[in-house]
Design a protein around this ligand. Structure first.
Ligand code: SF4
Length: 269
């Protein structure tokens, strides 16, 4: 399989730029039905292997909405959890509430320690992430890795919406990987294309972030996410000012997040 990062498909001729993401992107691949069955089967395997101990770490992006829908539609014993970094778009916060209402479910929301965020911003400024890669990583460690570590405590498995074609770094991910701490990470959508993701969302009327309609294929924190233009890679809008290096925040690194990853507030300059 070609694991190189792929750019977004061009709009069909004459299609207005205001067309929703479901119209722009929904294109089932030849294996779409089989991919759906495989994703469900992998989720079931995770539940069977880790009864009562599986969590979906959801970014509330399109891929994660597909997974949440599969979990809820099939009544799988998998908790859905998300990180509220304190820097999310209003649309993302509103989506949390829409998901609760749509599925009649609860979502765990994990936040960084408020005092540490306040101290970090006071020391480094609210625009620290733009000034150096080191500061950006420190911000991600504080706002994302630390709460993720707490989210995963007591859970022996987690589910993510990673897809191989999202980036070259994600091309080497396996559908089931075990971290150095023994925790299993399941990625049921690994071989799905962007078209497969949006076909599922369109077919089943899955709620999604309206920012996807505004050319945000990948959505993170507001200061670190922008829309992409035609021909750009799917994650080009994440940390767009960093020309080199991986477009990742450490959530899916080989090493599981731990308290030791998080710098003391203000300790990075
Ligand atoms: S994505 Fe940006 S705002 Fe969010 S935690 Fe990372 S550096 Fe901070």
């Amino acid at each position: 399989m070609d694991t190189a990062a792929r750019s977004l498909p061009s709009l069909p001729a004459g299609q207005a730029s205001v067309a929703p993401a479901t119209v722009r992107h929904a294109r089932p691949g030849a294996q779409h039905a089989r991919l759906r069955e495989q994703a469900l089967e992998l989720l079931r395997q995770a539940v069977a292997a880790h009864p009562g101990a599986v969590v979906q770490s959801s970014s509330l992006g399109a891929e994660d909405m597909v997974l949440t829908d599969l979990i809820q539609r099939h009544g799988l014993d998998i908790r859905v959890a998300t990180l509220d970094t304190g820097a999310l778009h209003p649309q993302t916060l509103q989506l949390m509430q829409r998901v609760r209402q749509h599925y009649g479910m609860d979502i765990e929301v994990w936040q960084p320690p408020r005092h540490a965020v306040v101290e970090f911003v006071a020391r480094n400024g609210s625009d620290a992430m733009y000034r150096s890669v080191q500061l950006r990583h420190a911000c991600c460690a504080l706002r994302k890795l630390e709460p993720l570590g707490r989210m995963l405590q007591g859970r022996s498995a987690w589910v993510t919406g990673l897809r191989r074609e999202q980036s070259a770094q994600r091309g080497t991910v396996q559908a089931r990987q075990v971290g150095s701490d023994g925790r299993a990470k399941y990625s049921p959508l690994l071989d799905w294309s962007l078209g497969d993701v949006w076909q599922y969302i369109a077919d089943l009327d899955v709620p999604y972030n309206p920012l996807h309609d505004e050319f945000y294929p990948s959505i993170g924190c507001a200061p670190c996410t922008r829309a992409v233009t035609l021909g750009e890679e799917q994650r080009a809008g994440r940390w767009w000012w960093e020309r080199d290096g991986e477009k990742e925040c450490g959530l899916h690194g080989q090493r599981p997040p731990a308290q030791a990853d998080v710098p003391a507030a203000g300790s990075v300059s």
